[in-house]
Write a protein that binds this ligand. Sequence first.
Ligand code: G3H
Length: 237
Amino acid sequence: MLLLISPINHEEALESIKGGADIVDVKNPKEGSLGANFPWVIRDIREITPEDKLVSATLGDVPYKPGTVSLAAMGAHVSGADYIKVGLYGTKDYDEAVEVMENVAKTIKDVDNDTIVVAAGYADAHRVGAVDPMEIPKVAKDAGCDLAMLDTAVKDGHTLFDYLSIEDLEKFVNEAHSYGLKTALAGSVKKEQLKPLNDIGCDVVGIRGAACVGGDRNTGKIHHSAVAELKELCDSF
Ligand SMILES: O=C[C@H](O)COP(=O)(O)O
């Protein structure tokens, strides 16, 4: 299972790289769970990240506006992102989510087929009126994405596991795999929760809070020792 770590700036990206993150995921929590950062921050982090590591960029907790989100995807691409995550927040059902994601996938695949397009839903979608998380694998497949992901929309201490059972998560992973997609799971994941995620076949675990000093994604900063501990655990399974 690969370790994706979400820094917000240059300093935290260096800590993530030093700690051994497999994917450096540029994010801006001030703008939400999958808040988007600025093009120059993504470009700078791509420049300091070794070439063999992927740089991811989140496009935000996006509205049901396929054109706006497609342009944002192009912005992430020209800024150097290899992995583009779209938080399906304003899309209330399968049809809206597919419409956004198929336009993002077309935008990106037309210019670079190797860039990874990620459809990200929310385990707590019911709290914000977003598309059902269990529909995300089908959304990702039907829209031509590479990866189906779940995170949590509301970062209030609840974790992914508060909303979905391990059986549901396994079903999510198996369905995505049956379509030939990879999976990523996140949502205030703690180090003790890595093994169950690994055991159900999850391909990527996404973490910010547990990689920060004090375990707090907002007040803490990412520290390489916390990242290294998570990386060692991921490699031990
Ligand atoms: O993509 C993953 C997220 O950054 C997860 O953040 P979190 O561990 O603070 O919920």
